[in-house]
Design a protein around this ligand. Structure first.
Ligand SMILES: Cc1ncc(COP(=O)(O)O)c(C=O)c1O
Length: 450
């Protein structure tokens, strides 16, 4: 490693950071993280902080998960790469597909299509959705519906169903045929409705209205996160996702669950769909599938969907999607070890208990700090604080102020994530009770700095 003077001197000078303005990165260079242990990260100055971001919603088992590390290094020495395009495969992807089919059986999902990450998964799922309809002779079903505030990665199709202008405007024109409906976001919504259940019904009515307006026979799929994540952790009322499922079934529309952050226990249930008692047609996962240690993802396919492809004799079922790194043997080895550890530790139970503790603590924090306009959570280890400069007017806080909270919290020993006027918390699922207390204390310091 180059010495710290060199690294600090050159920080952000020759690289552009994703999701950041290059000029801003130059003006305020990012923290240089050089080590990690357990649920903590360590920066170049030796400062240890609890990583309440959990990498990027992916390091569910923390940074010291030896079985995943061992699986990666063993596999690198045995078979570092081979393609699984038509004609060849590897032992790990076969074993992993069996494990995933068992894990996702309660979600009605039984086939795996491997990808290199979440955005790839979104792309593949939406392409397969159109293909499914074409095979069945409903080739007019090409449109996609999604929720405002949804995040589905940044490939062009994903950005087109994405529900946040930040990821869209500079890249327009996006894909035609993508339409958005209101999110079940109780704090701010076009209906001025504060009751979550009534809001869910209004949002469902808006979806049905859009389906009828577009003409159901033109719509391929509805894609949604079970709990809106990057858009600000927005858990819907329990009736919402089942309501979307019912509408999709009624109008012959496929339901694609984007579980890039919710699969493998984050909501306190093994999948976000299961959390709401819903079976999707397709489910996208990535991130925690390898604990973030290797870029890997999967699109899980339901039995009925799979049959359409597997029984096709017209040739239309041939899959024209795939990546060089689809089914990477090292990624698959990491995923096998990660799934074994995830199940052995039953991390969804800890996510639920620690999530309740964190949510309750954040509500207490809100009672003390007027700058907190809304606290969201209550479904595992995903929470958000929405900051406002005026509670009554709900005016979003300015960037400078939220950055101050972030900095003071970091200096008090906890890394949190800022997204717009939200502070987002998505810590590893192996967090202890004492860790949650530390996160809350550091946030208290952060807010008291204002
Ligand atoms: C719900 C959801 N979908 C898709 C993605 C994109 O995944 P990736 O960044 O691995 O491409 C993300 C990333 O945060 C996500 O949260």
């Amino acid at each position: 490693m180059k010495d710290s003077n060199f690294l600090k001197e050159n920080n952000a000078r020759r690289l552009w950071h994703p999701m950041a303005h290059p000029a801003e990165s130059l003006a305020t260079p990012p923290d240089i993280i050089v080590e990690a242990e357990g649920v903590e990260i360590i920066d170049i100055d030796g400062r240890r902080t609890i990583d309440a971001v959990g990498g990027l919603w992916n390091v569910n088992l923390g940074y010291s998960c030896q079985p995943v590390k061992d699986a990666i290094s063993t596999q690198l020495n045995r078979l570092p790469y081979y393609s699984i395009f038509r004609g060849t495969t590897n032992d790990n992807v076969i074993e992993l597909a069996e494990m995933l089919a068992a894990f996702f059986a309660p979600d009605g999902l039984s086939r795996a299509f491997y990808t290199s990450g979440g955005s790839d998964g979104v792309e593949v799922a939406l392409r397969l959705a159109r293909q499914y309809h074409k095979i069945r002779g409903e080739g007019g079903r090409v449109k996609f519906l999604s929720l405002k505030k949804g995040y589905h990665g940044t490939h062009t199709l994903g950005a087109s169903v994405n529900g946040n202008a930040n990821f869209r405007t500079q890249y327009e024109p996006l894909m035609p045929g993508c339409y958005h409906t209101p999110a079940p976001y109780t704090y701010r919504n076009p209906f001025n409705e504060t009751d979550p259940e009534r809001l869910a019904q209004l949002c469902l009515a808006a979806i049905e209205d859009e389906i009828k307006f577009q003409d159901p026979s033109t719509i391929a799929a509805f894609i949604m996160e079970p709990v809106l994540g990057a858009g600000g952790v927005i858990p819907p009322h329990a009736s919402f996702m089942p309501g979307v499922r019912a509408l999709c079934s009624r109008y012959g529309i496929l339901l694609v669950a984007d579980e890039v952050i919710t699969a493998f226990g984050r909501t306190g249930s093994w999948s976000g769909s299961r959390h709401w008692g819903v079976q999707p047609d397709l489910l996208i996962s990535a991130k925690a599938i390898t604990n973030g240690y290797f870029p890997f993802g999967v699109v899980m396919v339901s039995e009925g969907f799979a049959e359409v492809f597997e029984k096709d004799t017209s040739g239309k079922g041939a899959i024209g999607s795939g990546y060089t790194y689809s089914g990477h043997p090292v990624g698959a080895a990491a995923a096998i070890a990660c799934l074994q550890e995830t199940e052995r530790l039953q991390v969804h139970l800890n996510a639920s208990a620690r999530g309740d503790q964190l949510f309750a603590g954040l509500q207490t924090l809100m009672a003390r700090h007027d700058v907190i306009g809304d606290v969201r959570g209550g479904h595992g280890l995903m929470c958000a604080l929405e900051l406002v400069s005026d509670r009554a007017a709900k005016t979003p806080i300015d960037k400078k102020t939220i950055t101050r909270v972030h900095r003071a919290t970091y200096e008090a020993g906890v890394m949190v994530r800022v997204s717009g006027n939200n502070i987002i918390l998505s810590p590893p699922l192996v967090l202890s009770e004492a860790d949650v207390t530390r996160i809350l204390s550091a946030l208290e310091v952060g807010f008291s700095s204002l």
